[in-house]
Design a protein around this ligand. Structure first.
Ligand code: HEM
Length: 77
């Protein structure tokens, strides 16, 4: 878990999850994501990191979705 466990678990976890959800929705309204060329489908994690971190990062392609203008306009009216 990236937020820790037990009595010292992150007190900002719910807030952080809410922000991440809002951010993901905003992103996914306009783009679909694919792994960039050459990316492995198996992820190796950094064992010395406090939070979950893939070694070498994860590179993605953001591909514009059809009709995203309508989805943005619908949300703001
Ligand atoms: C993606 C965002 C975040 C991640 C990944 C994260 C991760 C963590 C981790 C790993 C810990 C240590 C837990 C442990 O010792 O077991 C922690 C503690 C803490 N986090 Fe976060 N955190 C995030 C966002 C936030 C936010 C937004 C706030 C405040 C608004 C916050 C406030 C705190 C506090 C006060 C502690 C100390 C809790 C304690 O020691 O009792 N964090 N966080």
């Amino acid at each position: 878990m990236p937020f820790g466990e037990g009595p010292r678990i992150c007190i900002g976890m719910r807030f952080a999850k809410m922000q991440m959800t809002a951010g993901l929705i905003t992103l996914l309204k306009k783009y679909r994501l694919e792994l960039a060329e050459g990316m492995e489908t198996e992820v190796a994690l950094q064992p010395t990191s406090i939070t979950t971190q893939p070694i070498g990062g994860i590179y993605l392609k953001l591909i514009q979705r059809d009709g995203w203008e309508q989805r943005i306009l619908q949300a703001s009216t």
